[in-house]
Structure formats: structure tokens, C-alpha cells
Design a protein around this ligand. Structure first.
Ligand code: GAP
Length: 506
């Protein structure tokens, strides 16, 4: 069996080889936790972005879009609490001189224990076959039950320490769990210290306090600052939402796991403004809606789970993550938060401007409450790739790497392939290409044997290949090959766009 770390390494090198993701500034040996998207990567990213935007803005009459600037007045981050509270607990190993996030060392320890349990479950599944009852096994197998108790105890203690910002307690827990530095192997740790994750830079020519600005660590604040503008100009009544997609920046100390944790990344956020008192129902509504969105894309349902936050962000009264099972374990892809009136009230106080909503039904004015959905575009990209990557042995013993990307978001939808580079087939194929490219992202490929060309398309996840052969010249039909089944059908040239559109669901 191929180990998960090996699969992950293969995905990373596949991403580079096939133009999905490159390390940033590679010729200068790269820049840690910063990446560039190549020709196929940018298409996939655009398609995920569109899928989110259409479902959020186009499908909801009460949600509108916004594109706020990255730079904002420095007081925004004082009011939002990010200057004081957007901090990570860091710990250094004195031998390797490597710096780690204390919370992540503990989370990784918990993940290792979970993996131990999962291995026992997999073994038992194989032993008992169809009769296997996972719930009963978890409860009755002494080894699994004991590990689960350990996990629960650590998770509970960890949540209390984080919520109380108990840095000494975090260090003690790391020592008690005998967590060693992955580089030096030693347990020679420093104290835990807090470190602010916002990047700052200078605006204008004067180097003084007032000209320091931050690169936004979340896009949400741009929405809060514009909520009155948007509400008035688009004449929205509560409840209504504002959606935004854009870059965010965090000085992440743990730079690893490829594009999972980056210093420059993209968020797709929606802030939903509701009447105070209605936030709990809307919070449940959006948790449910967002999970449905993920499942509708066709990713394996068992790879997603909802995880209520043990540690709440400084602005949240309730929070949950939608987690995807990456090759390195279940990790957050999206957060749903009940942010109360925390942000709007703080901006009202710091700016001195009224941010109240006048409710025409009750004739009252109040500061709305906010329920937020916030998904990382790059993490969704990684989840889709991890879910899609497959090495398959075919019936004839040959191998292929195929990306089973959901057709709706696949970078290239159709590739046009003349069977041979002669006999008028390229000319016919070009004509078809000129028509089909009006509707979909297409590629044209006439180089190498047809089998190799199919493999190239499988490797970038192209759902449909159209092959033009000698019969095409006689009866205007082509073959359409489906990526996953590799099944080929003969269809009329006129029907190509309609069939592809129906198959990709757009
Ligand atoms: N406005 C709320 C907010 O920013 P968050 O849970 O800190 O909440 C939301 O971030 C999402 O942004 C996460 O679920 C994740 O997908 C993405 N994200 C956060 N930090 C990231 C990073 N360093 N690299 C890539 N994506 C990140």
C-alpha cells in the first residue's frame, strides 16, 4: 500500500510537472510558504472561484458582491482585535533552533493518535467484512477505547489552555506528551511565546507610526467597513449577505504542507447580517448549506466532516470547521462563525460613526449580528486535487495517472485530437476547435501517438477528448472519450457542445 506521505509528495510533484502550482521565486530557491499557480492551476482556481460566486451571489437574491481594497486604515485592525489577539503561540527547540506553533505540535500529536485508531479500524474491517460495526468496535475494543479516551483528555485540556491563553500550561502539556522536535529529535524546548501574524508595511514616504499599514489577514473587515454603503446602495433589508473573494496575508510560522498553509492566500468569505436573536438559527442554516455545497461538487462524502471549534477565534461566539481528509489528516477547509455584533460594534466605537440598521418593520435601530462563512480557495484547490489524484493499472497492465477532477471545475473541458497529422484530419480538427472553444476551455493536440495524448489529458483531468479520424471526413462524426471510464462513443460533430455541456452540468 502507498503511504499517505508518498501520495502527498507525488501530488506536489504532479502539480509542478503539469503546470498547476510552482514554488514562488524558484530560481532563487523559492520563498517559504508562497506559491504561484501555473496555466492549469489558474484555470482550476478560476473555476472553483466561479462555482462559489455563482452559488453564493447569483443563486441568492439577498447576497451581493464586493471587492474591497487590501489596504485599510490601520485603526481597522486595532478595532477588529487583530493587533491584540491575532497571535500564535510559538515554541523553539533549543537544539535544532527550529520554531514551531505550540498548538500545532499538540494537534499533530492528536492526529497521530487518531491515525493509530484508524489503522486498528481498517484491520478490523478487513477481518470482519460486511458484518463490521464500526461504532460497536470503537466502544468495545480496549485498545481503541483507551486511545480515544487519551485523545479526548488531551483535546479537552488543550482547548482549556488555548481559551485561557495559558502559555506555561501549553509548554507543560508538550513536555508531558513527550513531543519531540521532528528535526533534532530532542525535547529541549523554550517557553511558549505569543507572536502576531499580521504583515505590516509603510504607506507613503514618511516613516512614522501613522504611515504603517497592515496587509489584511482576512477579507472580512473590508465587508464590515462597507456594510452601510452596500446596504443603502443595494437597498437590502435584513437578513442579507455580502460576499467577497480576495487575497489575505498571514506570517505563518509553520510553513509546510504545500499550499495548505501559505503566507499569501485567497479567501472566499460571506458575511450574513441578521437581526440580533436570529443568529443561532442562521448559524445552523449556513453550516448545513456550506456542507451541501461541498458535497454537490461530487467529492467523496466520507472525506468531509464538520468539527465544532474547541478554540474560538477572538471575534466568535460559536464556530465550526468543515474539514477535508487530506493525505496528512482531517484539516480545516472552511470556517463558519457566529461573530455576533463584535466587529460592527467595535468599528462603531473606534470610528465614532453610526453603523446601525434601521428596521422598517419594527421601527427600531440596532447593530446587526453577523454569521460568516469563510473558505480558503487554495485549500479547496488542494482538497480537489488530493481527492482527484489516482494511479490506475489498466486491464492491459499499463499504468496511468488520472486526475478525476469534477468536470464542472476541470481546467480544460475538452481536447480536440486529430488521429493522425495528415489526410486532412488536422484541418477538420481545427474547424471543430474553432467552434468548441467559444463555449469551453479547450486544447488542441496533434503531437505523439493518440494513447500518449490521452494520458497527457488524463494527467490534467480533462473530462472529454474528441478524436477526429478518417470516418469523420465521410460522415461528420467523431469519437468522444470520457476520462474516468475511458469509454468512447461516436457522436455527430454538431452535438459536441450540447453533449459536453450536459455532461459537465453547465
Ligand atoms: N474571516 C474568518 C477567517 O479568516 P479563518 O478560519 O482564520 O477565518 C478562513 O480562515 C479560511 O481561510 C480557513 O478555513 C482556510 O481555508 C483559509 N486559510 C486560513 N489561513 C490560511 C493559510 N495560511 N493558508 C491558506 N489558507 C488559509
Amino acid at each position: 500500500m502507498v503511504k499517505n506521505e508518498d501520495v502527498f509528495k507525488k501530488i506536489i510533484s504532479h502539480c509542478k510537472e503539469y503546470g498547476f502550482v510552482y514554488p514562488s521565486s524558484e530560481i532563487y530557491d523559492g520563498l517559504a510558504a508562497v506559491y504561484d499557480y501555473g496555466p492549469n492551476g489558474v484555470e482550476l482556481k478560476n473555476n472553483i472561484r466561479d462555482y462559489w460566486w455563482r452559488s453564493m451571489v447569483q443563486q441568492h437574491e439577498n447576497i451581493v458582491g464586493l471587492d474591497a481594497a487590501i489596504f485599510m486604515h490601520p485603526t481597522v485592525w486595532k478595532a477588529s482585535g487583530h493587533v491584540d489577539a491575532f497571535k500564535d503561540p510559538l515554541i523553539d527547540n533549543k537544539d535544532s533552533k527550529k520554531r514551531y506553533r505550540a498548538d500545532i505540535l499538540i494537534e499533530d500529536h492528536i492526529t497521530k493518535l487518531e491515525e493509530k485508531t484508524n489503522k486498528e479500524i481498517e484491520k478490523a474491517k478487513k477481518r470482519f467484512g460486511d458484518k463490521f460495526d464500526e461504532k460497536m468496535f470503537r466502544e468495545t475494543n480496549p485498545k481503541v477505547a483507551e486511545t480515544q479516551k487519551k485523545i479526548d483528555d488531551i483535546a479537552k485540556r488543550f482547548a482549556d489552555l488555548i481559551n485561557n491563553t495559558d502559555l506555561a500550561g501549553l509548554r507543560l502539556l508538550i513536555e508531558e506528551l513527550q513531543i519531540a522536535c521532528p528535526v533534532s529529535g530532542s525535547r529541549n524546548w523554550t517557553d511558549v511565546r505569543q507572536f502576531n501574524m499580521m504583515f505590516s508595511t509603510q504607506m507613503g514616504s514618511l516613516i512614522d507610526e501613522a504611515s504603517s499599514v497592515f496587509l489584511r489577514p482576512e477579507t472580512a473587515q473590508g465587508i464590515f467597513l462597507n456594510y452601510i454603503n452596500v446596504q443603502k446602495t443595494s437597498r437590502k433589508k435584513l437578513p442579507f449577505g455580502i460576499a467577497q473573494i480576495g487575497k489575505a496575508f498571514r506570517n505563518e510560522i509553520v510553513a509546510r504542507q504545500f499550499i495548505f498553509r501559505m503566507r499569501e492566500f485567497e479567501q472566499m468569505e460571506m458575511e450574513f447580517f441578521v437581526k440580533p436573536g436570529e443568529e443561532a438559527d442562521w448559524y445552523e442554516y449556513w453550516k448545513d448549506q456550506r456542507m451541501k455545497w461541498h458535497l454537490a461538487l461530487g467529492i467523496h462524502a466520507e472525506k468531509f466532516r464538520l468539527h465544532d471549534h474547541d478554540k474560538l477565534a477572538h471575534y466568535a461566539k460559536a464556530g465550526a470547521d468543515i474539514e477535508y481528509k487530506f493525505p496528512f489528516g482531517f484539516k480545516e477547509v472552511e470556517g463558519i462563525h457566529s461573530r455576533t455584533d463584535f466587529d460592527l460594534s467595535a468599528h462603531q466605537k473606534f470610528s465614532g460613526k453610526k453603523l446601525q440598521y434601521y428596521d422598517p418593520d419594527t421601527k427600531e435601530s440596532y447593530v446587526p449580528y453577523v454569521v460568516e462563512t469563510s473558505i480558503g480557495l487554495d485549500r479547496m484547490f488542494l482538497a480537489i486535487l488530493a481527492n482527484s489524484y489516482e494511479e490506475e493499472t489498466l486491464d492491459d497492465g499499463s499504468k496511468r495517472v488520472v486526475l478525476r477532477i469534477p468536470p464542472l471545475v476541470a481546467p480544460v473541458k475538452v481536447t480536440i485530437l486529430p488521429l493522425v497529422k495528415k489526410d486532412g484530419l488536422p484541418e477538420k480538427a481545427r474547424k471543430i476547435m474553432d467552434n468548441v472553444k467559444n463555449y469551453f476551455m479547450c486544447q488542441y493536440d496533434e503531437k505523439d501517438a493518440i494513447g500518449r495524448r490521452y494520458r497527457r489529458q488524463d494527467a490534467i483531468g480533462t473530462p472529454y477528448c474528441i478524436t477526429i479520424d478518417h470516418q469523420t471526413l465521410k460522415d461528420n462524426t467523431v469519437t468522444i472519450r470520457e476520462r474516468d471510464s475511458m469509454k468512447q462513443d461516436r457522436i455527430d460533430i454538431e452535438k459536441i457542445s450540447g453533449i459536453v455541456r450536459e455532461k459537465i452540468g453547465r
